[in-house]
Design a binder for this molecule. Structure first.
Ligand code: SF4
Length: 398
């Protein structure tokens, strides 16, 4: 496949001209945010954007309808949220959100800033496509199935080296993992031509392993996209508490974000459009649920909101046939998002359905057109708008 269009991934210094106005995407390696950084994002969303912080499927955030790009860049730089003008769009790093707090084989938290710093220190990697994704999985298997380009998956003392989203069979000591990932990214730059992702290059993984003189030594592990996301109360290994909270349709109002920031604890944004607030005592965690659940954050793992995702739709995207987010929200509030156990074998995916007649069971992604932007990995039903209504495709693995 030869690309004809340029890589147009937005950042802070290069905004995307969306149908509803300029859009900024801010990279947060590992989804990690300090409370003061969340406060800065909330104020920027309210003062310079549309009043909400969008959480993306890579644990990054977006601000829409930016009125003053220079003021936004200045505010973000002052909060360490724009540490590298040259590399801002390539700092795409996913890491296990609960790592070091609950479960997992190891703690990958220290690897995130190490990998980020190594990326930013490599001038040639400033030219990586903005779609390239690095992954760090602490062995629990929550991140490795999400289709990264270069990743490490903890297996005992070592890491399995993931190339193009698959285990290469190569094992790397943890002390060498960052250097190997950076070397693999350099090699990708030299062979990729016009391609944006490693899996798009014929035998790309094999070519990179050969160039780095790395040999498989183990049977490759298989990874799938996780179905369970961390929601609710988690007792940490150190006796403190983490809370996992869903963000309905990934849109966090600035006021809710300010309440979260006021808790003054570390925050991790997840690739499932949720967040983890950690390091609280029990009393604080109880107050957070008491205050933030009525403001819309989801602490109940059985909530139908957690089954639903949606693309931008109208008014943000000119290609959209309709306001899919409003239709998806109505399906939730009107009880038309059904439990995953509901039998829907008879669904007919050829007939268009009116918005208020869509009633689908289990994980579902609503899209304003056939491109299906932001569709989660794994078994998901597709609900796609057309000129004559929505077409529903039952659960399908992609
Ligand atoms: S799926 Fe279509 S309508 Fe939705 S954001 Fe993508 S291009 Fe726009």
């Amino acid at each position: 496949m030869t690309r004809v269009e340029a890589d147009s991934c937005p950042g802070v210094l290069r905004l995307h001209e969306a149908a509803d106005g300029p859009l900024a995407r801010i990279r947060l390696p590992g989804g990690r945010l300090r409370a003061d950084q969340l406060q800065v994002l909330a104020e920027a969303a309210r003062d310079l954007g549309d009043g909400a912080i969008e959480v993306t499927s890579r644990g990054n955030v977006q601000l829409r309808r930016i009125r003053d790009a220079a003021a936004l860049a200045e505010r973000l730089a002052g909060a360490d949220l724009l540490p590298s003008p040259t590399h801002e769009r390539v700092r795409n790093i996913l890491a296990s959100p609960l790592s070091g707090l609950v479960g997992g084989l190891t703690d990958v938290r220290e690897l995130v800033p190490q990998l980020d710093a190594a990326l930013r220190a490599a001038p040639a990697l400033a030219e990586l496509p903005g779609r390239v994704l690095f992954t760090l999985d602490d062995g629990r298997g929550d991140i490795s199935g999400l289709g990264g380009d270069f990743g490490g998956h903890a297996v005992g003392e070592d890491y399995a080296l993931l190339l193009g989203g698959r285990d290469s069979g190569i094992r790397v000591p943890s002390a060498q993992l960052v250097a190997v990932l950076i070397a693999a990214a350099h090699e990708f730059q030299s062979v990729r031509g016009e391609q944006w992702r490693l899996h798009e290059i014929p035998d790309g993984s094999g070519r990179i392993a050969a160039a780095l003189s790395l040999e498989p030594t183990a049977d490759p592990l298989e990874f799938t996209a996780p179905q369970d996301i961390p929601i609710g109360w988690f007792d940490q290994q150190d006796g403190l508490v983490s809370l996992g909270a869903g963000v309905p349709l990934g849109s966090l109002p600035a006021r809710t974000a300010e309440f979260l920031a006021a808790v003054d604890r570390p925050i991790v944004l997840t690739p499932w459009r949720s967040l983890v607030l950690s390091d609280m005592d029990e009393w604080t965690a109880e107050q957070v649920v008491r205050v933030l659940a009525p403001m819309g954050l989801i602490f109940d793992a059985a909530s139908p909101w957690l089954l639903v995702s949606a693309c931008a739709g109208r008014p943000g995207c000119a290609k959209s046939h309709t306001d899919v987010r409003a239709d998806a929200a109505a399906a939730v509030t009107e009880g038309r998002v059904l439990p995953a156990t509901t039998d829907q074998a008879a669904l007919d995916d050829t007939a268009p359905v009116a918005p208020d007649s869509v009633a689908v069971a289990g994980r579902q992604h609503w899209s304003g057109c056939e491109r299906r932007c932001g569709r989660p990995k794994g078994a998901v039903a597709d609900i796609v708008a057309g000129s004559d209504g929505y077409r529903v495709t039952p659960l399908r693995n992609e």
